[in-house]
Design a binder for this molecule. Structure first.
Ligand SMILES: [Zn+2]
Length: 332
């Protein structure tokens, strides 16, 4: 009996083929939870931050919250940006900002391919105030910002337990998105890892709501861009979802002639323009989009957690599989 137990333990606790045990992976994914997401989202979308407008004084509170968080987690700051702050000068924003404003960059170094990087991104800026009224931007994009924070925590937990990613993972909170995708544009011109070594950008923008098409229906997320530069990425994403999260992946907005043109409307587009494959995670539009009514009480935290876990598993595969993504252009 004892011998059996010992054998089972010995088999169960080891790694097979250098891969992390499934149960551990699931444990890290399930660390993503509604309580943490709630805490981050309610804070980032609170009135005190006055709508997180690029370059405004109270946007700085979001910056402080994010940088203190990454310091607390123990993530690495890039050499050139020791406080996780990539400051963008005011002039870069083409007169659309009243001051400088930073991207926030924090990463976990890869164990086998440290120079290759998977980027997970979300913009943290929003629209500011109109008169006395605050644009809270709970869905747009405190939801994505909170998701990125949770993802960083899961990957850091894995690393602390000896299961860190093989490729580096860079977590970016972009500024200047709402005024013209300036934060991602600046990052592309000043990348921490060369663009040639940037495998993918998983960009999360508005993932905390359920749109009219899906009220009372299956859990879903719209995916945009998955196959445009890499069918390999599309397949990896599909297979990962089938295996772990089983959300309905809806590609309605991925068609080339989408009148909404969502493919070009968030930060991933600056990566796609540079031939870096992307996935844009999105809940669809709703009546509170870019209105003062986009508030935290309307967020569905269960679906926010589910979608964040899908990003986790997808990023895990991208960071840990042996082969880099195959670009469509390189396919024979
Ligand atoms: Zn927006």
């Amino acid at each position: 009996m004892l011998f059996m137990a010992f054998t089972i333990l010995a088999c169960g606790s080891g790694k097979s083929d250098g891969n992390v045990k499934e149960s551990n992976k699931i444990k890290y994914a399930n660390q993503i939870n509604t309580e943490d997401l709630k805490e981050h989202l309610f804070l980032l979308s609170s009135d005190i931050l006055e709508g997180r407008k690029t370059g405004e004084k109270r946007q700085k509170l979001a910056v402080n919250y994010l940088t203190a968080y990454y310091e607390h987690l123990g993530l690495t700051a890039p050499n050139d940006y020791p406080d996780y702050i990539q400051m963008i000068p005011q002039e870069f924003f083409n007169n659309r900002s009243n001051g400088p404003s930073p991207n926030i960059l924090a990463y976990i170094e890869g164990s086998e391919f440290p120079n290759e990087v998977v980027i997970i991104s979300a913009h943290y800026d929003h629209l500011g105030m109109k008169g006395d009224e605050v644009y809270n931007g709970a869905d747009d994009n405190a939801s994505g910002s909170s998701a990125v924070m949770e993802l960083a925590q899961s990957f850091q937990m894995a690393k602390k337990q000896g299961n860190g990613p093989k490729r580096s993972i860079l977590f970016i909170h972009f500024t200047g998105e709402e005024i013209g995708l300036f934060g991602s544009k600046y990052y592309i011109e000043n990348p921490v890892f060369s663009l040639d070594s940037t495998i993918v950008d998983l960009n999360i923008d508005m993932v905390g709501r359920i749109d009219d098409n899906y009220k009372g229906k299956k859990d879903y997320v719209y995916l945009i861009g998955t196959n445009r530069l890499s069918e390999d990425l599309h397949e990896l994403s599909e297979n990962t979802n089938k295996k772990y999260t089983n959300l309905k992946l809806d590609y309605t907005y991925n068609i080339g002639d989408d009148p909404n043109n969502y493919y070009e409307r968030s930060d991933h587009y600056n990566f796609a323009k540079n031939n870096i494959p992307i996935i844009f995670y999105f809940n669809g539009s709703h009546e509170d989009y870019h209105r003062i009514t986009d508030t935290a009480d309307k967020i569905n935290f269960d679906i926010l957690a589910l979608r964040t876990r899908l990003v986790f598993y997808t990023a895990w595969e991208l960071a840990n599989r042996d082969e880099r993504l195959v670009l469509n252009a390189d396919k024979k």
